[in-house]
Design a protein around this ligand. Structure first.
Ligand code: IMP
Length: 191
């Protein structure tokens, strides 16, 4: 079988991102997370048919797409939209649901998938909100955690990477809605 073509490289001269986590490191960690999550639901006695992987739009979409392919269970997926930042890079602390789930989660094993826990406001609000809908279990999987910025205490059940206090982009994370499709995680280099 022919090797898949390598996508053209990003021009790092005009978009000066410093690579923080490589595409290869992300891919290895996502595979590990998927295996751990699979084992955890199996240990709970779940067949996987009652597992709902719930992505927070839009930042978690790329992470979730890779993660679910490493969870060997017949799960379902749903998405919830939240607004907290607008296009600014500082949290307003106010979280609003802009798009709700398509199905009830009562009695389901819910895995909430986030791109990053920064101040913690978004995930804190979502866990409280989803908890009232009576899921059988509710766990959080976040690709990134920025502990220096924590304003809310949040328990992350499955974490990809802890990162320093830098505004990161790529692999789903944006700056003013751009660069979600960068294959690695980088931060904006200071001139
Ligand atoms: P929190 O409510 O402060 O924890 O922020 C959660 C949301 O803010 C995340 O889901 C991201 O969409 C966004 N966010 C926080 N930090 C960053 C960052 O460094 N880069 C891009 N988006 C971020």
């Amino acid at each position: 079988m022919a090797a898949s073509p390598t996508p053209p490289a990003w021009n790092r001269e005009t978009e000066p991102f410093v690579e923080l986590i490589s595409a290869e490191a992300i891919s290895r960690r996502v595979a590990e997370l998927g295996a751990t999550i699979t084992a955890e639901y199996r240990a709970l006695g779940s067949t996987g048919e009652d597992v709902v992987v719930l992505g927070v739009l839009k930042g978690s979409v790329i992470f979730l797409s890779d993660l679910v392919r490493h969870i060997s269970l017949p799960l379902t997926m749903d998405f919830i939209g939240v607004a907290s930042y607008g296009d600014a890079t500082v949290s307003s602390g106010v979280v609003q649901i802009t798009q709700d789930l398509t199905k009830p989660i009562e009695g389901k094993h819910v895995l909430l998938v986030e791109d990053i826990v920064d101040t913690g406001h978004t995930v804190h609000y979502l866990l409280e909100n989803l908890g009232t809908r009576k899921p059988a279990s509710l766990k959080l999987c976040s690709l990134l955690h920025k502990p220096d910025r924590a304003e809310r205490e949040v328990h992350i059940d499955h974490l990809g990477f802890t990162i320093p206090n830098k505004f990161v982009v790529g692999y789903g994370l944006d700056v003013a809605q751009r660069y979600r499709n960068l294959p690695y995680i980088g931060y904006v280099a200071q001139p």
